[in-house]
Design a protein around this ligand. Sequence first.
Ligand SMILES: Nc1ncnc2c1ncn2[C@@H]1O[C@H](COP(=O)(O)OP(=O)(O)OP(=O)(O)O)[C@@H](O)[C@H]1O
Ligand SMILES: [Mg+2]
Length: 465
Amino acid sequence: MPESSKARVTLPVANKTKAATPESASNGPGAAARTLPGLSQHGPPRWIDLLLILFLVGLALLPPIGEIHKQLILLAIAVVQLSEGKLLRAYPQRGRYYAVLLKIALATLLLDHTGEWLTINSIYYPIYYLPVMTAAMYFDTIATLLWTLLASAAFCSYLIPALREVSLDADSETQLTIRILFFFLVAIVVNRFSIELRQQASRYQTLADRLTITNARLEQAQEEARRSERLAALGQLSAGLAHEIRNPLGVIKGSAEMLVQKLQNASPLASELAGYIFSEVNRLSSLVTRFLDFARPLRAERHPEDLPKLLDRVLASVASHWQGGRVVVEKSYEADLPLIPLDENLCEQAFLNLVQNAYEAMGDAGGTLRASISRARSGARPGVELRLEDTGPGVPPELCEQVFNPFVTTKKTGVGLGLSIVSQIVDGHRGSIHLENHEGHGARFVLFFPAEPALAKNETAAAAR
Ligand SMILES: Nc1ncnc2c1ncn2[C@@H]1O[C@H](COP(=O)(O)OP(=O)(O)OP(=O)(O)O)[C@@H](O)[C@H]1O
Ligand SMILES: [Mg+2]
């Protein structure tokens, strides 16, 4: 070797070996990138394993073929690469650190056994792309740059023994710098792609999760729709049946009433029995009537109404018939409430059910019934809110979800249709109702009725003025 060439760190080497460099460099990163298990925590797919083996076999077949240490190191790299998935699963936190460190160590060793007379001149230096890309796959940008710095430092560490024998000229400096800059370039590019990939994967995962939930909801909705259809058919059938029962019941009721009167003196026992028939038929008849009220399609004929007046009427009516404990009624109505489009009869029926329930809940102990009406909004809709709150025992917690369903009752003589009729009437007014239960301290029913759109507009105009 000429003296001049001996006196410097000659990074490019013999032509023959040079030809192999670009190939190994381009195979190396590409193959390694595909084998990085950062793409999948469950290990790379099998075709990638095969590709990796081919890549390493390719490196093994390049000179120096007879160097046993080189072949052993390549084997070790293959083992590390193939078992990377397991390593990450075994050490979820530290596994990626181990993987990068092992690869830097093996790359450094490989250089030691492939450099001809100066290790830094080894044509296998692109093997450092492997740890650099592994870091880029697993770490954020800053950490990737630090790892690349470490890999570059490991590579440059061979400069120390080299500089003892030779000097570093400008050409060699440039080549060394270019190699290191390429380490960083590859690190940044792979890191960007990897971050994008991770973000995209997480977006797809979120989307998939949402789809799963939506799907489950859809199935549930379909199931509920089928159930509703069955119930609707059953409801129609029952309503028809109830309608047919009502007339004969009327006849039985009338006859029993006449029998009671006729037999009163002649046969007291027969009269008493006829009395039972009368009272039971009466009960059945009111049940059928309430059921038909519930089943009848609701046609609300709405006219602007004064809600406080309507409620006052109901409160007075229930109070006048009440035979239980003393109930104090506290009213609080906001001044200048707008007129609300209501079906007077239906609303009276609804309020009657609610007030009756409140009185019945307070029973013989009596209590306080608070009735308040105020302006309110439901979303963007203006309207009024009516609250009825009693000091009874409240709705049993296990019933709270079902009180608005038909035939839910805790009363001996109750039918369980009152609240379902109320909710139907409120729905017919495009309003809403909900229960705020205070177990042991009473129940509060909150109703919202939307104001007429025309009225609402007038109000907005008035407010703007
Ligand atoms: N203010 C209230 N306080 C406590 N529980 C209530 C109140 N209002 C309703 N409930 C509970 O909800 C149940 C259902 O009420 P709903 O009015 O629908 O039927 P009901 O009053 O039992 O019978 P009916 O059909 O004769 O009205 C009642 O049985 C009662 O247990
Ligand atoms: Mg009731």
